[in-house]
Ligand binder design. Structure first.
Ligand code: GDP
Length: 456
């Protein structure tokens, strides 16, 4: 079967020009490809310096470092090779072109190397997802979680749970198969249900302890809201340290929602600058206000910015958001407020708000304290005292279906229908098998591998 597979190749490093370009080759013709390009196959797993030639003309293309990983001890489980070339465009183009001319070799599709690793049992599906997340990780916390997942954090546990369910199932099936025979003990279903109960409680606890792990991929959402001209865009710019929002001295000009992605204390945070939320009769402005409200209401935290130098009046629209969402009050323009210790009139907000900050977005005074508090909020939000068992909605859904099947098995009780107990345990095991990709996952593979780049 493996000998029928095409041999695939791709540039696995970033776009040239670069100092070095890594070309990977995988499949049954890898050895042939190495011989064609270098005239020999290096010793397994040892770097070898070699001239790379165009097989047709014999012309030297480059001098490269070559690595040879014979199956099965390779990342994909198949024969693999890696060429570390000089990262020039013409070099990479010539090598890829030469490889493409070798019979049985073709360019790899996105994620195809990883897909082979999965198909050859080198990585389970949660590890594949971990690898995708690791490559996409922008912050330290994302990187840590993805790396742990790649190394089996979720997959190994799911597989251990699946094994326990299969053991319980075997007891129930023995009871069903040999129910007529005198020497089969009666009490096989009891121990099976006991094991199922323990497992049920363990999965439920781990799932609850997974907290916001799924959100770590997208980031915490912080909406900057408040009346027009309060200084929201100025604050966003200061937080982002770049000109992402248009700062204008005229009210109501920021009509849309602007997003800025930040790394705060190692955690991903998406900042939203919402349009000046207020009651407006202008249709375009109303639309902006509507969108801003929607985004603010869905945020994990709202920074309510007000102009401390004036007495602001809150609109009906704003009060709702404050009530619905975790809100911090940010009294801006402290530089103008002067001695009279400016404050807003919204005493109801004060009571609802968890924290209050006095800053000047223009001068930067007080902003460090706000950034520090945001970092601490993100740390709390993503706090992973437990090792997560779900970092994607797919994982959570599979574990919830596992729990539901276990619950139905348990609902039958010891004196219940043994066939039903067996069927539900089988379903529970199947759900865990789908989580790790052991059973029947064709339908989700394309979705998962779509995220990969070529050469991975
Ligand atoms: P937004 O409508 O809430 O986004 O407000 P902007 O960020 O566009 O700011 C409105 C005006 O207030 C601009 O002229 C800013 O330069 C000014 N502004 C913003 N923050 C401060 C501040 O801390 N101090 C002072 N003096 N002016 C500020």
């Amino acid at each position: 079967m493996t000998s029928m597979r095409p041999t695939i190749f791709a540039l696995s490093s970033g776009q040239p020009p670069a100092a070095i370009a890594v070309v990977r080759i995988c499949g049954p013709r890898t050895r042939v490809a190495l011989e064609a390009l270098m005239g020999r196959v290096p010793e397994p797993r040892r770097a070898a310096l070699a001239r790379v030639r165009d097989p047709a003309s014999g012309e030297v293309i480059d001098e490269a470092l070559a690595l040879w990983f014979p199956a099965p001890r390779s990342e994909t489980g198949e024969d693999m090779a890696e060429l570390q070339l000089h990262g020039g465009r013409a070099i990479v183009a010539a090598v890829l072109e030469a490889l493409g001319k070798i019979e049985g070799c073709r360019p790899a599709e996105p994620g195809e190397f990883t897909r082979r690793a999965f198909e050859n049992g080198r990585l389970d599906l949660t590890a594949v997802e971990g690898l995708a997340d690791l490559i996409a990780a922008d912050t330290a916390a994302q990187r840590r979680q993805a790396f742990r997942q790649l190394k089996g954090l979720i997959g190994d546990r799911a597989e251990a749970w699946r094994q326990k369910i299969i053991e319980a199932l075997a007891l129930v099936e023995a009871r069903i198969d040999f129910s007529d025979e005198a020497d089969v003990p009666e009490n096989l279903v009891g121990p099976a249900l006991h094991a199922a109960q323990q497992l049920r409680d363990e999965i439920a606890a781990k799932l609850a302890g997974s907290g916001h792990s799924e959100r770590l991929r997208d980031g915490l959402v912080v909406a900057i809201a408040g009346p027009p001209n309060a200084g929201k865009s100025t604050l966003l710019n200061r937080l982002a340290r770049r000109e992402a929002a248009i700062v204008s001295p005229y009210p109501g000009t920021t009509r849309d929602v602007i997003e800025v992605h930040l790394d705060l204390a190692g955690y991903p945070v998406t900042l939203l600058d919402t349009a000046g939320i207020r009651d407006s009769s202008h249709p375009v402005e109303q639309e902006g206000v509507r969108r801003a409200r929607m985004r603010a209401e869905a945020a994990d935290l709202v920074l309510w910015v007000s102009d401390a130098s004036t007495i602001g009046i809150a609109s009906e629209a704003t009060e709702e958001i404050i009530i619905k969402t975790d809100t911090w009050l940010v009294n801006n323009k402290a530089d103008l407020a002067g001695g009279k210790r400016g404050r807003t009139s919204e005493s109801r907000f004060d009571r609802g708000a968890a924290k209050t900050f006095t800053i000047s977005a223009a001068t930067g005074a007080g902003v460090d304290r706000l950034i520090e508090a945001l970092g601490a909020f993100a740390r709390d939000f993503f706090s992973m005292t437990e090792a997560p068992v779900a970092t994607r909605a797919r994982h959570r859904a599979a574990l919830e279906r596992t729990l539901a099947a276990l619950d139905r098995a348990l609902g039958e009780g010891e004196s219940g229908r043994e066939e039903v107990v067996a069927e539900e345990l089988r379903l529970a095991a199947t759900e865990l098998g789908r989580l790790t990709g052991r059973v029947d996952v064709e339908d989700i593979l394309d979705v998962i591998f779509r995220d990969f780049c070529i050469g991975k």
